[in-house]
Design a protein around this ligand. Sequence first.
Ligand SMILES: CC(C)(COP(=O)(O)OP(=O)(O)OC[C@H]1O[C@@H](n2cnc3c(N)ncnc32)[C@H](O)[C@@H]1OP(=O)(O)O)[C@@H](O)C(=O)NCCC(=O)NCCS
Length: 167
Amino acid sequence: MMSDIVGAVTVRPARDADIAGIVALVNSYAAEAIMLYRSPESVRMTLHDFVVAVDSTGAIMACGALKEYSPSLAEVASVAVARDAHGLGLGTAIVAEVERLACKRGIDELFALTLTPKFFESAGYVIGDRAMYPEKIRRDCLKCPRRIRCNEYCVVRQVQEAIAVAA
Ligand SMILES: CC(C)(COP(=O)(O)OP(=O)(O)OC[C@H]1O[C@@H](n2cnc3c(N)ncnc32)[C@H](O)[C@@H]1OP(=O)(O)O)[C@@H](O)C(=O)NCCC(=O)NCCS
């Protein structure tokens, strides 16, 4: 059954028709304070940075985004998998697709802030220090209500290096 679900899934860059599904998925976790809320407008403005996993009907099962900070640094952001599809490898597939996008753009270093570091570690990330990313702190953390008591881990991967080793 699990392989049936995954076999019917396509992972690809996001399109206009995916916006409502991305917003619904991300905001379902934002309602539990696991992710930050996204408006349809904010997703539309950065749609070229999003990747999605869709089922055979086009329904959004997972999403993720590449958030660029400099020509060599970006964040793996907005990674979410529909609750009924957890544990099937879709999160891993989304991170890999975001990494492909990063490679296409020549970005070398990826980081994420996450409540589930084990998930990223299984995808090759290592625990890092968020102080290494002052741009992130300026852009998002200073506006975040949890900035004083943040319980997210910073995880990091040198993506070009990892691809060179794998080749
Ligand atoms: C975290 C999340 C993206 C994982 O997606 P998924 O499709 O279930 O993950 P996968 O099936 O690809 O799992 C890959 C590995 O991560 C591990 N993993 C997944 N979720 C985990 C969790 N919550 N805690 C610990 N490990 C986890 C799996 O056990 C698996 O390990 P393995 O490689 O040793 O078998 C998904 O649970 C989710 O959408 N959570 C809510 C939103 C969220 O927390 N997003 C991350 C914000 S950065």
